[in-house]
Design a protein around this ligand. Structure first.
Ligand code: ZN
Length: 159
């Protein structure tokens, strides 16, 4: 039995915040604004996992009105969601994702992101894809005002 899920997220870039994507701190003059650490890639992945099992979404599970999620490390939220998926008897067959950012260049950070995410999600390198794109200077992402991410996941029933 297979279930497919997709996730999308966007966060605004602002000064005075660290830029954390895929659990990795990226050198940049701006960071993403959000209640948590605003890790746009992890949030898209979380929504793909929840979506695959029709378990609502990240905002419902971890409301931004709850003080305990203020500035929380999104890898903690991802671990929690992965355990939920396991409890339902599923594991990840493969996960594909995109980071859409005009700046900075994501490519140098992708191997480290894969290392962090493979560990949390118990995947090997060949099961996880992280691609980086720009927005060709179009719209808010292209103008460097925001960063987007998408994720698609295939879950496989194991029990
Ligand atoms: Zn988010």
């Amino acid at each position: 039995m297979y279930r497919i899920g997709n996730g999308y997220d966007i966060h605004k870039l602002t000064t005075g915040r660290d830029l954390i994507i895929g659990g990795v701190k990226i050198t940049h003059e701006k960071g993403l604004l959000g209640h948590s650490d605003a890790d746009v890639l992890i949030h898209a992945i979380i929504d793909s996992l929840l979506g695959a099992l029709a378990l609502s979404d990240i905002g419902t599970l971890f409301p931004d009105t709850d003080a305990k999620y203020k500035d929380i490390d999104s890898t903690i939220l991802l671990s929690h969601v992965y355990k939920l998926i396991n409890k339902k008897g599923y594991k990840i067959a493969n996960l594909d994702s995109n980071i859409i950012a005009q700046q900075p260049k994501m490519m140098p950070y992708i191997p480290k992101m894969k290392e962090v995410l493979c560990k949390i999600l118990e995947l090997d390198n060949s099961q996880l894809s992280i691609k980086a794109k720009t927005k060709e200077k179009l719209d808010s992402v292209g103008q460097g005002l925001a960063i987007e991410a998408t994720a698609s996941v295939l879950l496989e029933k194991t029990q």
